[in-house]
Design a protein around this ligand. Structure first.
Ligand SMILES: [Zn+2]
Length: 366
């Protein structure tokens, strides 16, 4: 038990422990880094250590506080219950009046982007005004244990005009509370928020570290562990939840789409494929685009250096090598640019299939 279980980013762990030991706690922390790299896990561990009855700069995992905060390990059931309580089709006012707050200990709150509905989540879940107002009020309450900790996951989804509510808390911080914001990169947050947070950037783990974790926590075979670790690009959280078969299917379909664009086969020819891809709800759109980028990068590298290049999609190496000779640097630049445009429109609730069709049409080699 304790911080020793956290793998990777040792310097961040050491810095947090020094703060805990000195008793000089920051009012706001900003954890940035790729999805699944351990930002949330370390934030939860920090909340345990800040309230542990036994240890000053670590957590025992056994005292009342440690155990009840450990209930935040799996947010799925808590989220499900909170959404159920609000009803299946809440209106906008209800969503704000009953803010989504996940907790298993009175001093530790987790905020996640609000998907509004249980079964048909909105396309772009976001942190809501009601959630921020609730934090603003609760931050000044005296803690039951030692410290109130508010973890805001997906802080980048906060609207910038709402973010000003936050500034008030950050400008007159209560002594007994710490806010921990989690986001992929600092520049997704207002500069005024960034500058009031102590920032820590989480680096990806090595393939070997991820493999080791998979060995401890999953029943995967060695070859599967290796592949999952490679595909996850240093994020144990991604590797742990990866469905290898499904992932290979999706990436093969994306590669077919890339081939179609290379051959200039946009339109009716590719509609079946984009329809199929847009139905794969399990892969979030954001994730789908990540896979798309990784395939384009592999093709670019293989087209420049067919023998070298360690590809990001080793299980598709043969297929990638077949397509790579037809790829040019100019084409990849154009296709990537079109993908960036698609990505930028995500927030506006665009239709997946139309977005993919538009990409094929715009990237079709002429
Ligand atoms: Zn404890």
């Amino acid at each position: 038990m304790g911080f020793a279980e956290f793998v990777g980013n040792e310097r961040i762990v050491a810095a947090l422990r020094r703060m805990l030991a000195s008793g000089r706690m920051p009012h706001a922390l900003l954890f940035t880094g790729p999805r699944g790299v351990g930002k949330y896990l370390l934030a939860r561990m920090f909340a345990q250590a800040a309230n542990c009855e036994q240890l000053p700069d670590d957590f025992c995992g056994e005292c009342t506080h440690c155990r009840s905060i450990a209930g935040l390990a799996d947010l799925g059931p808590l989220l499900e219950a909170a959404l159920a309580e609000r009803g299946d089709a809440p209106d906008a006012a209800t969503v704000e009046r009953m803010p989504l707050i996940l907790q298993t200990h009175p001093d530790v709150w987790v905020l996640v982007p609000d998907p509004v509905r249980r079964h048909n989540p909105v396309a772009w879940p976001a942190i809501r005004m009601g959630q921020l107002r609730a934090v603003q009020r609760a931050a000044y309450f005296r803690p039951l244990a030692r410290r109130r900790v508010f973890i805001i996951d997906g802080a980048e989804t906060m609207r910038w005009d709402y973010a000003n509510i936050f500034l008030k808390v950050l400008e007159e911080p209560p002594d007994t509370a710490t806010l921990i914001l989690l986001a992929p990169t600092p520049d997704t947050l207002l500069p005024t928020i960034q500058s009031r947070c102590l920032k820590f950037h989480f680096a990806p783990l090595t393939v070997e570290q991820v493999e080791q974790l998979l060995k401890q926590k999953t029943g995967l075979k060695p070859a599967e562990r290796r592949l999952a670790a490679q595909l996850a690009a240093g994020s144990p959280g991604v590797a742990m939840t990866l469905d290898l078969e499904e992932s290979a299917r999706v990436r093969r379909e994306l590669l077919q789409l890339i081939e179609a664009a290379l051959e200039g086969r946009a339109g009716p020819d590719t509609f079946a494929l984009t329809e199929q891809l847009s139905r794969r709800q399990k892969e979030g759109l954001e994730n789908l685009l990540e896979l798309f980028y990784s395939l384009l990068r592999d093709l670019l590298e293989l087209s420049c250096d067919p023998n070298g290049a360690s590809v990001r999609n080793p299980d598709l190496r043969a297929e990638l090598e077949r397509v790579a000779p037809r790829v040019t640097v100019e084409w990849v630049a154009r296709a990537t640019g079109e993908l960036d445009k698609f990505h930028a429109r995500l927030r506006r609730n665009i239709n997946r299939q139309l977005g993919l069709d538009a990409w094929v049409a715009a990237s079709a080699a002429r």
